[in-house]
Design a protein around this ligand. Structure first.
Ligand SMILES: C[S@@+](CC[C@H](N)C(=O)[O-])C[C@H]1O[C@@H](n2cnc3c(N)ncnc32)[C@H](O)[C@@H]1O
Length: 313
């Protein structure tokens, strides 16, 4: 027997319907918000120094997924936009003020600077080094400390060893293989100093990397470079060779960093830029981020992930 339903009996049902509706709408808005992530502040809702664990390793290799984008954005402290030149000044603005390089680094950097002063006998400043740029150094620090499997750094361009100091201070299990032509008088005494401070954790090969690296790769095929840092000879030919040689010791997902590109100067754009963009086009590098300083577009840096889709000869 079907009778008429009393309207007042419907009230509780309508309340439940209203509650469920509100819940669904608010969830939908939240999801939409996290997808948009238009300002760097929203991105930083992921704690910039939050550790990642093995479960999340996948997102490191996928900067274009939502989680991967959020992870890499929290590493650089701003919303990453692969493929375009961001402004490196935003790295410093967001990150250095909130999370400067930690005390553990400065405890090593103070004595390092004093040592450097004693070996700069002619009083001339050393060649350019990335530690000069706070935001950039902090990005390097974040990369090495937040990606747990990074242990081996392969770099061309030791110079004073300030970059090497950063890698070695970041984690006790890091080993650095450096390659430098050795034409600066301060380079060798500084390499001795680094090796005294970090016994057994630093190797350096002196000479032109286009000649020394292929030999090293042949002799040490089992070394796996988790970070490939190209900052030696700043020409198209040398940087290309350095990248190609290191790639042989890398794997899909090795982090590739190129210093000084982008830069407004035509030679840098043509040389380092040409090397980076050519390898990007060949899909040897999956670019994550590149930035340049200010409206003058002064020398920044770029980084991405190595993809081993082609064999280098
Ligand atoms: C810009 S500095 C490196 C800075 C260093 N990464 C740092 O953060 O302090 C470049 C270094 O590469 C070295 N270099 C230049 N051409 C080279 C080559 N063909 N092979 C190896 N090293 C080279 C220079 O002597 C110099 O020490």
């Amino acid at each position: 027997m079907v009778g008429k339903v009393e309207p007042r009996l419907l009230f509780p049902f309508l309340w439940v319907l209203l509650f469920v509706g509100i819940l669904l709408i608010s969830k939908g808005l939240h999801f939409h918000e996290s997808l948009l992530m238009t300002s760097s502040k929203e991105v930083l809702n992921v704690h910039p120094l939050a550790p990642i664990n093995a479960k999340h390793v996948d997102l490191i290799n996928n900067p274009f997924t939502l989680e991967g984008h959020m992870f890499w954005s929290s590493i650089v402290g701003m919303n990453i936009t692969p493929g375009i030149f961001d402004d490196c000044r935003n790295l410093a603005g967001e990150l250095t003020s909130r999370h400067p390089l930690p005390k553990v680094f400065h405890d090593m950097y103070g004595p390092f600077k004093s040592k450097l002063k004693t070996v700069l006998s002619d009083g001339k400043p050393p060649e350019g080094y990335s530690l000069k740029y706070k935001g950039e150094s902090l990005v390097f620090w974040n990369i090495i400390t937040r990606i747990p499997h990074i242990e081996t750094v392969c770099e061309t361009g030791f110079n004073t060893g300030s970059g090497t100091l950063l890698w070695l201070t970041a984690k006790p299990n890091v080993h650095v293989y450096s390659f430098d032509i050795g034409d600066h008088p301060y380079a060798k005494p500084m390499a001795d100093y680094i090796q005294e401070q970090f016994p057994g954790r630093h190797n350096i090969t002196w000479g032109d990397s286009t000649k020394t690296l292929p030999l090293f790769v042949k002799k040490n095929p089992r070394i796996q470079c988790d970070i490939i840092y190209v900052d030696g000879g700043h020409t198209y030919a040398v940087s290309k060779k350095d990248f190609e040689n290191f790639s042989k010791l890398g794997y899909t997902g090795s982090v590739v960093i190129l210093d000084n590109y982008p830069d407004y100067r035509l030679t840098f754009m043509k040389d380092l830029g040409g090397m980076w963009e050519d390898n990007r086009r060949l899909m040897n590098i999956l670019e994550v981020f590149k930035c340049t300083y200010g409206r003058m577009r002064k020398q920044g840096f770029s980084f991405g992930l190595l993809t081993k889709t082609t064999t280098h000869t």
